[in-house]
Ligand binder design. Sequence first.
Ligand SMILES: C[S@@+](CC[C@H](N)C(=O)[O-])C[C@H]1O[C@@H](n2cnc3c(N)ncnc32)[C@H](O)[C@@H]1O
Length: 237
Amino acid sequence: MRDDIFSKGNDLVNFTFDAKVADVFDDMVRRSVPGYQSMIEMIGLSVKTYGQDNTNYYDLGASTGATSTALSVNNTNSDNTIIAVDNSRDMVKKCQKNLSNQVGNFEIICTDIKDVLIDNASIVVLNLTLQFIEPEQRQRLINKVYNGLTPGGVLIVSEKIHFDDKQKQKEITNLHINFKRANGYSDLEIAAKRQSIENVLITDNKKTHFHRFKLAGFKNSVCHFQCLNFASFLAVK
Ligand SMILES: C[S@@+](CC[C@H](N)C(=O)[O-])C[C@H]1O[C@@H](n2cnc3c(N)ncnc32)[C@H](O)[C@@H]1O
């Protein structure tokens, strides 16, 4: 379904992942996040590279299940359970429907990712989700993920990022706006979405992400993909 949620502007309500958003999410994310499809493909590559037999794969902030599906269809290991977590009931309903058709061994949990147990995981993915967690809670979440990973297991984090350099920030923001225009969003829709999401989606810079991984104990972390102001990081335990 086509995303026209902000076609009449914003009624000054903060963005939430409600039924209206769940209905159009797949269209919204593809038209708003540059490189989204490649981001998902990189998750597929990572499961082939780092997945381990007899372990869990976690998709934290699963939305409609694109990441869980990539984890499943690219999995070459055995005895894995995919655990998709989201605290939006509307997203969980969509996810349930999508995964039932395409994914073998999975569980969907409707809860806050800050409360979910991470256990015996070789892959944990936070694809465009950490940015919605209160900044002061982020380190604790990453620490928890680290503790729930097996040795050699990986955390994959994709986020919208910002740049400290004002000129760089301006150029990339401008390119991102033009990316959305090229995908059919009007200037009114772009401005209204920004207004609605600006208090909800809080970006970090790359340095903050790397520092957080290091504090949690990850021995290696790398930015393995970037398209404009969206980046994916891989942190290895
Ligand atoms: C941008 S979407 C993630 C996209 C998805 N991972 C993908 O790859 O297509 C963010 C999701 O995180 C969920 N979310 C945000 N905060 C959460 C929290 N504290 N606990 C659980 N889910 C959360 C939202 O409901 C939403 O579905």
